[in-house]
Design a binder for this molecule. Structure first.
Ligand SMILES: Cc1ncc(COP(=O)(O)O)c(C=O)c1O
Length: 612
């Protein structure tokens, strides 16, 4: 920031129209300006076209009017440079001291002010232009204070919400500034004249020098595959693109689960068609739709076998035409997050003769308990069952998959056992915006057999979206994912992996796990709290989630609210065994085990001791 402010270019331009003037903000410090508060300042919020902005009126009478960044490209550069400086300045000065003591939630008055400032559809000035400067001032002064500190505080433990590593934020700004549309892969340009080699990926001279974005996206996906050890056991499905050639960034694990079920649906019906010598590609779901394909394959039902699958799995089932009812619980009695392999085998056997095909969805990290569906020997057994009965294995590893990137130390042996063998799945969902600490939205989808994914996602008959022919080229993202036009959401992941490497990621994940374990031990040993799902569990079964409740039933009813009202930490609630429970999900790079555990213990002890 200092470097930016000291930049001569900045200083020179600032002379022409200083930061406050350009942004329409009278002072840079903690502003109490409520000029966008609808109740009191409708006029200021929606000035008429002839009205002179307040700050210009305050400037020297001979000062030139600031150029409008919306119409003047030079002013736009300045506006952006200054608006970002201003944003960071506001973040660091309008909240209480350091990030470690920052209030996790916005104040009620900030929320009320922001809500009442939202444009009023009944006002005559509704959708009258406010201009970039005043709009930006409104964002910083009124909207920003009403947002929570999930990315800024180390103690936002709600849902499973990652923070944003600084390098990821910097990369994400680049993404917005350059606004690449990462949808069609254009191979590298031909070599310079006189060179005897082909283009980087075997292309002919028709290639376009378009953008490196698809190659960066693919490099990020390959780095992730390697970080997560998913390339460990090489099979005969390896090809030039490497294992998991069906790979893409999505908007999140929900979208990735949707792709997983769509691919599973495609493949299990294709296997049935092949098994009865039926039509293949011509009768695929992608070609003729579910009804006709199922009819041709003699399939009357597609089921999804899981153990405490995330709610997004049922949503995905609805979206791909399977329906919520297709999702069936196959958990071990007393440990419902664990997949009961005997029950799965029984169901596959029963289904085979009854025109039912199956997708097995492995919960690699259950959202309430944080526990895993499988243990060290389970995945090879599941693979052979799936192969025998023509089933598809999809792993939902939204957060849990990252246990594979923990250090190989004694304290993480148990977790490594839980995620061992996941590379044997057919498809995998994970989230970047959770434990990898890149900004929303960022999900990952991997499919072992790229041809299934391209069958599901191809854009047929779109010559204008075709990439130049190239045998080993990267698959165009629009043919392996849900969207066509897409954000360059790979770049923050690329930047984080480059910056942190295996070691940095392992250290960040270890910090999260150690804080979670410290808190698990605290609630287990506390006279006031009960560690869930079982107090007998080993601490080493904990990755990043701690589930607990108050022993006092009345306190338990209000516990989440009591904790959040302190403003020192934020947790989200859930239900376990029919009763309310609290979840702590540690997912921010900012956590410091000793510092944050001390605050959390203090909060939980004070609430319990102050109760009645
Ligand atoms: C196991 C699991 N799967 C899927 C999801 C959905 O992820 P997203 O909200 O990123 O789509 C979550 C979210 O917490 C999750 O924990």
């Amino acid at each position: 920031m200092i470097a930016v402010l000291a930049n001569p270019l900045y200083v020179k331009r600032d002379h022409q129209f200083n930061l406050s003037t350009t942004l329409g903000i009278p002072n840079l410090g903690r502003s109490t300006d409520t000029s966008y508060h609808r109740d009191t300042q409708t006029k200021a919020t929606h000035p008429s076209k002839t009205e002179v902005p307040t700050t210009t009126a305050m400037a020297h009478p001979n000062a030139p009017a600031p150029p409008n960044p919306a119409t003047n490209p030079d002013a736009a550069d300045d506006f952006l440079l200054q608006s970002y400086t201003r944003l960071r300045h506001t973040i660091t000065t309008t909240t209480t001291s350091s990030s470690s003591s920052r209030e996790v939630l916005p104040s009620l008055s900030a929320l009320a002010t922001a809500l009442s400032s939202l444009p009023d559809p009944t006002s005559p000035s509704y959708l009258c232009p406010l201009g970039p400067a005043k709009t930006h001032a409104h964002l910083l002064q009124t909207i920003l204070p009403a947002l929570n500190s999930q990315a800024l505080s180390p103690r936002y433990f709600g849902f499973v919400t990652g923070g944003v590593l600084p390098i990821a934020e910097a990369a994400d700004n680049l993404v917005t500034a350059l606004d690449q549309n990462v949808q069609v892969h254009f191979p590298a340009p031909p070599p310079p004249p006189g060179s005897d080699s082909d283009g980087a990926d075997g292309t002919a001279a028709t290639a376009w020098a378009h953008s490196v974005c698809t190659a960066v996206e693919d490099a990020a996906l390959r780095m992730l595959i390697s970080l997560l050890g998913l390339d460990e056991s090489k099979g005969d499905d390896d090809d030039e693109g490497g294992r998991w050639r069906g790979r893409t960034f999505t908007t999140g694990a929900t979208a990735s689960n949707m792709l997983g079920l769509a691919c599973g649906r495609e493949a299990v019906i294709a296997r049935r068609l092949a098994g009865i010598g039926g039509e293949k590609k011509e009768m695929a779901v992608a070609e003729v739709g579910m009804l006709a394909a199922c009819q041709a394959a003699g399939v009357r039902e597609i089921q999804v076998l899981t153990s405490l699958g995330h709610s997004s799995l049922a949503k995905a089932a609805s979206l791909v035409g399977l329906g919520h009812a297709s999702v069936k619980e196959m958990g071990v009695a007393g440990e419902p997050w664990r997949l009961d392999l005997d029950a799965v085998e029984g169901e596959l056997k029963r289904a085979e003769g009854e025109g039912v095909v199956s997708i097995i969805a492995v919960s690699a990290g259950e959202v309430n308990t944080g526990r895993f569906a499988t243990n060290v020997l389970d995945m090879p057994k599941l693979r052979s069952l799936a192969d025998r009965y023509g089933a598809w294995i999809h792993v939902d590893g939204a957060f849990g998959l990252f246990a594979r990137a923990l250090p190989r130390t004694d304290d993480f042996v148990s977790l490594h056992g839980n995620v061992a063998g996941l590379e044997l799945a057919d498809s995998i969902a994970a989230d970047g915006h959770k434990l990898l600490n890149v900004p929303y939205d960022n999900g990952i989808f991997l499919c072992r057999d790229a041809s299934v994914l391209t069958q599901v996602c191809s854009n047929p008959n779109a010559a204008y979206l075709a990439s130049p022919d190239s045998p080993n080229a990267i698959l165009s993202p629009l043919n392996v994912g849900i969207e066509n036009s897409r954000r360059f959401r790979a770049l923050p992941v690329y930047a984080v992996l480059l910056s942190e490497g295996r070691e940095g990621i392992a250290a960040m994940l270890s910090r999260m796990a150690r804080l979670a374990r410290e808190m698990a031990a605290f609630v287990r040993d506390s006279e006031h709290y009960e560690w869930l799902p079982s107090e007998d569990a080993s601490l080493e079964s904990t990755f990043i989630i701690v589930l607990f409740r108050a022993k006092d039933a009345a306190l338990n009813e209000v516990l989440v609210d009591r904790i959040n009202a302190t403003g020192r930490m934020f947790v989200s609630g859930t239900r376990w065994d029919g009763k309310k429970a609290v979840r702590i999900a540690v997912a921010s790079w900012r956590v410091d085990v000793a510092r944050d555990a001390a605050v959390m213990k203090e909060v939980l002890t004070a609430i319990a001791e102050g109760w009645r």
